[in-house]
Design a protein around this ligand. Sequence first.
Ligand SMILES: [Zn+2]
Length: 323
Amino acid sequence: MSSPQGRFAAGAAVLDGHVLVASEAWGKQLFLGFADPARPAAGTTERPDDVRWLRVHLGLYGAWTFAGDGSTAVVHAIGAPRRRIGERETVPAGPGAAAAVGPDDAWSPPPPRGAVRVRLVGAHAVADLTGPTACEVVTGEEKRAVENRLGPDPIRDAAPAEGDPREEFVTAVRRSRSPVGLLLMNQDVVAGVGNIYRAESLFRARLDPMRPGRDVPGEDLRALWDDLVVLMRDGTRTGAIVTTRPEDRDGPSTGDGPPDDADGPPGRRRVRQNTDDAPDAVPADEAFYVYHRDGLPCRVCGTPVLLKELAGRNLYWCGVCQA
Ligand SMILES: [Zn+2]
């Protein structure tokens, strides 16, 4: 492990030479467990405290970018959309490909691109972390302290002793008078829901984002949770967020919107996804009901989609469907 950018040099030095023995996620927190291969039984259940954890939160701009020697299929990136290192989903990939084969046929990773906070190098692949909100080395105890503050995660397999995560979510929402659109972004209430899933799940549930949590019927919240499980598992599987049902899409894309980092008129910004180049992926401008669609007609009722700021982030909703 190294920190080509230098900002994580001390942490990387602690874990350098260690072996990745575990990978866990809770909401937006990723924990990678590393053990010293020189210590017997390191990383096993007998010696769990030998594991040091790399805690990473990607935030809005963080991303992992991957490359390999071709012996393993790797996705090109997760997190904020990144340009591909090569030209195909797997590497090596032709012109500009990451893999470089040295004179002794040993694979060597490509040079880091941009400000790489952490580089993990294995025998056949490399992972580069850029722009994370959080990146630190923690002990098992510190990891548990972070987890104890988090609400239930819709796509985490909770241990039976942890209780029913869905009921935990329902209870947390219904004990609050805050708007449900605010509570969905509170990681103590539900872990892992971001701005897209907030807007889209509330639309699919036809719930008014400003409705106080305690006034939302429990059965509606259970349905909302179940929908989040489906949507977020699908996002994990495909690497892109698609919440529209096929019958609610427009059909062929006009493709006339500027990229989302350009100052286009409201509602015409595109949302980049890692699957943008995949021929059979749902186009980004067909993927959502309301997210980034302010001013455009609601896909269901035709009323212009509304926009307001809530919890420091833009909230999109339909004032008719979600009345
Ligand atoms: Zn509508």
